[in-house]
Design a protein. Structure first.
Length: 504
């Protein structure tokens, strides 16, 4: 398929998924799109429509119909046995299908229900089980839990926004919540995912043993994707400085891992180098919990390494379109209901569209230490995510650019030093404390940047809620700007900074 055909197909598919996510149209809309595609092709044969225009419309309409049908089939429904017990206490027997999310106030796990009050379920509904702090239940465990069954509800945030909690959970194939739950019985499970989870847990334990808080929490987030709280104060500081993406595993972290492994095996045969890097990235993402941003980055990294190995040109825009289409086809809820996936895709699109042109334009910024590249990529990413971020959070960080420029270069070294510290802690125990000093200093630097910039008067401005409809013209303008930059200004297409730059 040509690049144009790929973009049209992905855009049409995403449009179909989006339409079905908001409106219960289903089969009628899919049939209408298919009939429109057929009509256009007939007109093309009659000579009434040019072949290029007809082909583009047909591809888009057929892909849109497929998107509608895919979302229609993906609608998550609660098992009737469970739905009948909503609002009452229930004894659930099932299997833990997610890593433990341990926080200060509660421990959360996702359980696929097998039986409820002794009655077999048929749909295998996932439940978000809210357990007391320090509860022990890992992925693959067979558990019995008792609690109050409830449906998740939308809630208002501190900024006046309404968070679609049911949609957010549905993106994780979860439709019900078991509140105030208590573990009755745990039978330890096994399997490949459990082994990866145990490795992840061991790393987090090693980090906690050798680093103080909030350093340990930050190290666990940037490497293991651990979503446990680093404390409300630190979280607020990172939010005000627009550094929240550093508290969790992001696409940038996946890139760091990919480039690092490729460098380690740089003297090996390309097949060995690409094989090890691909395997490491895949295992890393699986162990870290398969977040939307990490999976997107991993798919693009794998495409980039495959292109290098086969000596084909890697084009970031096509890779992003393919990765987005594949992920939404696998889980259509990601498109509308997963903020992390949305921001990751938009940030990557911004890097592709604007990073290189900005780097060429910012001649006043020195290239020493890749400073110009860091500034250009930061601006490019911020521009592309800003409308959606303002709609979601309502917080406009005035210090986002300098804070990211100062903190971002330290992340790869902080990841490496934190990993070494955790590994040394697990192997050597307390005598490894001196080896934790580099990691402690780097993490302290990142934490310090967040603290200093968040303390600046007026560091962030709170905006009132606004309609999601305003996102349409905002991104239309950004799209037109990208079109102007790459066509009218005749600027060569940029290269994706967060994709692996692999060379033989």
């Amino acid at each position: 398929m040509s690049a144009r055909g790929l973009y049209l197909a992905v855009a049409g598919f995403l449009a179909g998924v989006c339409a079905r996510s908001f409106f219960p149209v289903g089969l009628p809309l899919a049939a209408w799109c298919a009939l429109l595609a057929l009509a256009v092709l007939v007109l093309m044969q009659l000579g009434a429509v040019r072949r290029a225009v007809a082909s583009a419309m047909a591809i888009s309409m057929i892909a849109c119909a497929l998107g509608v049908l895919r979302m229609d089939r993906a609608i998550v429904m609660a098992d009737p046995v469970l739905a009948a017990r909503v609002g009452s206490e229930a004894l659930i027997e099932g299997v833990v299908v997610s890593d433990t999310d341990a926080r200060d106030a509660a421990t959360r796990v996702t359980v696929r229900a097998v039986r409820v009050d002794g009655t077999q379920t048929s749909l295998g509904t996932n439940l978000l089980v809210v357990l007391p702090p320090f509860s022990k239940a890992g992925i693959g465990d067979h558990v019995q839990v008792v609690g109050m069954l409830a449906r998740p509800e939308r809630f208002d945030t501190e900024t006046g926004r309404t968070f679609d909690y049911p949609g957010y959970l549905a993106a994780r194939r979860t439709v019900l919540v078991l509140e105030r739950a208590q573990l009755q019985h745990v039978e330890e499970g096994g399997g490949f995912r459990r082994a990866l989870s145990d490795v992840r847990s061991a790393y987090i334990a090693g980090t906690q043993a050798i680093l103080p808080e909030p350093h340990a929490g930050l190290a666990s987030g940037i490497i293991a994707g651990d979503t446990r709280s680093v404390g409300a104060e630190v979280s607020d500081q990172f939010a005000l400085a627009s550094l929240t993406h550093m508290l969790v595993l992001s696409g940038y972290n996946i890139t760091v891992v990919t480039v690092g492994v490729l460098w380690i095996f740089s003297r090996f045969h390309p097949a060995v180098r690409v094989g090890f890097a691909s395997g490491t990235v895949t295992l890393f993402v699986l162990a870290a919990g398969l977040s939307g941003s990490a999976v997107r980055a991993a798919i693009m990294a794998l495409i980039g390494m495959l292109a290098t190995f086969t000596r084909r040109q890697f084009i970031a825009a096509r890779s992003l379109a393919l990765a987005s289409g594949v992920m939404v086809a696998w889980n259509p809820y990601l498109l509308v209901f997963d903020p992390g996936f949305q921001l990751s895709v938009l940030a990557t699109a911004g890097l592709i569209a604007f990073a290189d042109p900005l780097a060429r334009a910012l001649k006043v910024v020195p290239t020493t230490g890749s400073l110009r590249e860091v500034v250009a990529t930061t601006i490019a990413a911020q521009v592309s995510v800003l409308p959606l971020l303002l709609w979601q959070s309502g917080t406009l960080s005035i210090v986002a650019l300098p804070a990211n420029v100062l903190a971002l270069p330290a992340v790869p070294w902080a990841m490496l030093a934190s990993f070494v510290a955790s590994l040394a802690s697990l192997v050597l125990g307390d005598i490894a404390i001196p080896l934790a000093l580099p990691g402690y200093l780097l993490l302290s630097y990142i934490l310090g940047v967040a603290k200093v910039f968040s303390a600046i008067p007026g560091a962030a401005v709170a905006l009132p809620p606004f309609s999601a409809a305003l996102l349409v013209p905002a991104y239309a303008l950004i799209g037109l700007l990208a079109y102007y930059v790459h066509t009218k200004a005749a600027v060569p297409k940029g290269r994706l900074p967060d994709a692996p730059r692999v060379r033989d």
